[in-house]
Design a protein. Structure first.
Length: 71
């Protein structure tokens, strides 16, 4: 089985220009907005790499499943 490694230098990927509001009930302070873009996914859709960024603010985030996060 071959192993794939994906390396994407910071600043190379534009996650898109459309900002999305965070669910209002989750916001604790500020007006945080997020944007994201899927970079790659497996053929079976079981795994994918997404770039995600958010403007300043405080909010709770509710996950629908387990996921690794790199900050």
């Amino acid at each position: 089985m071959s192993k794939s490694v994906i390396m994407i230098p910071a600043g190379i990927v534009d996650p898109g220009s459309e900002m999305q509001p965070i669910t209002p009930d989750w916001v604790l302070s500020g007006t945080p907005e997020l944007r994201s873009k899927m970079l790659v996914r497996s053929r079976d859709w079981n795994s994918h790499v997404v770039i995600w960024e958010c403007t300043a603010g405080r909010f709770n985030w509710h996950y629908s499943g387990d996921e690794p996060v790199v900050v």
